[in-house]
Design a protein around this ligand. Sequence first.
Ligand code: ATP
Ligand code: MG
Length: 456
Amino acid sequence: MADAPKLPKLLVADDQADVLEAVRMLGRANGFDVRTASSPAGVLAVAEAEDFDVCLLDLNYARDTTSGREGMDLLAKLRDLDHALPVVVMTAWGTIEGAVEAMRRGARDYITKPWDNARLVATLRAQLELRRALRTANRLDAETARTREAELPRIVARSRAMQQVMALVERVAPSGASVLITGEHGTGKEVIARAVHAASTRSAHAFVPVNAGGLPDGVLESELFGHVKGAFTDARSDRTGCFELADGGTLFLDEIANMPVGQQARLLRVLQTGELTPVGSSRQRRVDVRVLAATNADIARDAAEGRFREDLLYRLNTVEIRLPPLRERRDDIADLAAAFLGRSRNGAPAHRFSSAAMEALLAHTWPGNVRELEHVIERASLLATGDEILPSDLMLRPRSSSGEVPRRLEDMTLEEVERYLIERALAAQGGNVTEAARVLGLSRSALYRRLQRGTS
Ligand SMILES: Nc1ncnc2c1ncn2[C@@H]1O[C@H](COP(=O)(O)OP(=O)(O)OP(=O)(O)O)[C@@H](O)[C@H]1O
Ligand SMILES: [Mg+2]
């Protein structure tokens, strides 16, 4: 049993024995290793003795106090003990102000009593995931910084989707087959093309990238196949084309779907015969080149609709590697962020991601994929003033449907925090006011009153 996976450790603090028992059972049933404590002193003693992954803390200790002072004190002491420990507070039904205050003091989330089991478990799991992401990012960053000089940039592939991509790369790389790499802008198509080359038998020879879609017809032709002196007005000397530069190695045709139709025909001929003729020359030259191509377009549709030669597509896509967009592989975000933070340091002092910043990174929809993430981290490491990267340093675009930018609770007024929590609850309950009110521990009419106050 030595190799059994370690269960996440949950510390529950409440002075009611029945609450402790209920959470203990719920936690165990959901894969947590649960410890309980029934007094403030007990909580601190346990937290001092062991490391926990998440803590569920009751705010209202002595049953006759509703001020939650003792709970707030305890929260502060717990945070002194372990700044990274995510604390979720529990408050009695109808005392949302206490939860708001606790979140301003560093609690990560809150639950109202009586709680909903599924929601409690989901809340705890979300905190675990965030903690894991933060740990990886902040640890990997330190590693990247140490091994920077020694290693080539590593390809991040923690997610299952990227594991599959890397397995495919390993399988097709040695074969010499043509590979078509598809995926949205900034998903890492060139990174994967280089990986295919590096893992192939051609790795000792050149990897030559060409932008096949961004050059006018004539320019592309001499770029690919070369020209001889005098072939056209500006051809003052011979020029070796990319095909010949890549002889023995790999030619990477980027943006292939935008390749001019005339060049598509020439390319196809070279691929079929292995021979090319530089512009203005009459002598054919043999080349031994493996071709990798990439596109972010739906090239199969382009072919079906006559914008791209089907016979050429058939030559290029012996194997297709589809790179998933970043939003479909969120497990990679923390590692990528760490890798980019390590790269962008440039002698500046080390930064860490604050928990709120990591939360924002994990929640963002990443329309610009890995490249966008790279730019965001580079900019954030320039903007960060302290040793932590804060959400504001990320300058992420708003993503919520209300158009509201998630901000740090510490920067908001109490009323704004209340509004934020209400909107969040409404969004989580699909706009159902009754459900949102229940989750918030408010009556329906109290919630309506608050909503109206917010809009007036
Ligand atoms: N899996 C990964 N691990 C580490 N870095 C990556 C990874 N994928 C992409 N990157 C980095 O993200 C940036 C964008 O990658 P790349 O240029 O390969 O994307 P692309 O799909 O070719 O983009 P475009 O469609 O805009 O040409 C590069 O700086 C690259 O180093
Ligand atoms: Mg590219």
